[in-house]
Design a protein around this ligand. Structure first.
Ligand SMILES: [Zn+2]
Length: 241
């Protein structure tokens, strides 16, 4: 056999292997009610729901994370909360496209890059970005690499200072999440955003409303945890009823 054919066979086997590895997450069907066990930091998830990869105004951020690693699972109540919140954003943030980042694994437990996210009640959301008053989506398309983007203390993207975090839209999204959570028997228990960015967030109209609602933002974070929460905000939920 010549090298060309061998290369083709290897490529074919890799593709088959990938398809085989992704199949359970491609074919997954949601049904029934989920059960979150333990805490976000030490827990598991039963009968998980896979979030929608795409809605009218949102997308999951990484094919690899969703289908291969399988980090797109949440509690059934949170699944509905995400759908309802993005629906509200269609009216409150017209034209804005959101990106959901990592959630939990199908059975919960430890994930590769998160300390929490273990019981289906944690979700990461990509910060929406703005340039000259308009949403900029170029940096939203880099998949898992997005976790490595760095922003300065005022929310400007370090590698392109014309791009900054759209704190107003972020606040509107958190308000929509709060509304949807209440409707679905959940409550936001904690938001993690880099401490340095909180003053910029709270200075917006929607940020003030988030504060007025008493939605808790983490006040003390270890250096590492603080450092990584500039490109996304992490939201923990709790089951109320
Ligand atoms: Zn997180």
């Amino acid at each position: 056999m010549n090298r060309h054919i061998i290369r083709k066979i290897i490529l074919f086997l890799i593709l088959i292997g990938l398809l085989f590895a992704c199949a359970p997450n491609i074919l997954y069907k949601n049904s029934g009610i989920s059960e979150s066990i333990g805490t976000t930091g030490n827990g598991s998830l039963k009968n998980a729901y896979q979030i929608k990869y795409k809605t009218n105004n949102s997308r999951y951020f990484s094919f690899i994370s969703f289908y291969l690693v399988g980090t797109g699972f949440v509690h059934s109540k949170l699944h509905q909360t995400l759908i309802d919140s993005y629906k509200e954003c269609e009216t409150n943030c017209p034209g804005i496209k959101f990106r959901t980042m990592e959630c939990s694994l199908k059975k919960g437990g430890k994930t590769l890059i998160h300390r929490t996210h273990r019981n289906g009640l944690s979700v990461d959301f990509m910060v929406p970005k703005i340039k000259n008053g308009k949403q900029v989506k170029a940096f939203d398309r880099i998949g898992l690499w997005h976790y490595l983007l760095n922003f300065d203390s005022t929310g400007k993207l370090k590698m392109n200072k014309k791009v900054s975090i759209d704190f107003e839209t972020m606040g509107k999204h958190i308000i929509a999440l709060d509304n949807a959570a209440r409707k679905n028997g959940l409550a936001i228990s904690k938001v993690i955003l880099k401490i340095d960015l909180k003053d910029d967030f709270y200075s917006t109209k929607s940020g003030k409303e988030v504060k007025r609602r008493g939605i808790y933002f983490a006040r003390n974070l270890t250096k590492t945890i603080d450092m990584v929460h500039d490109d996304h905000y992490h939201v923990d939920f709790k089951i109320v009823n």
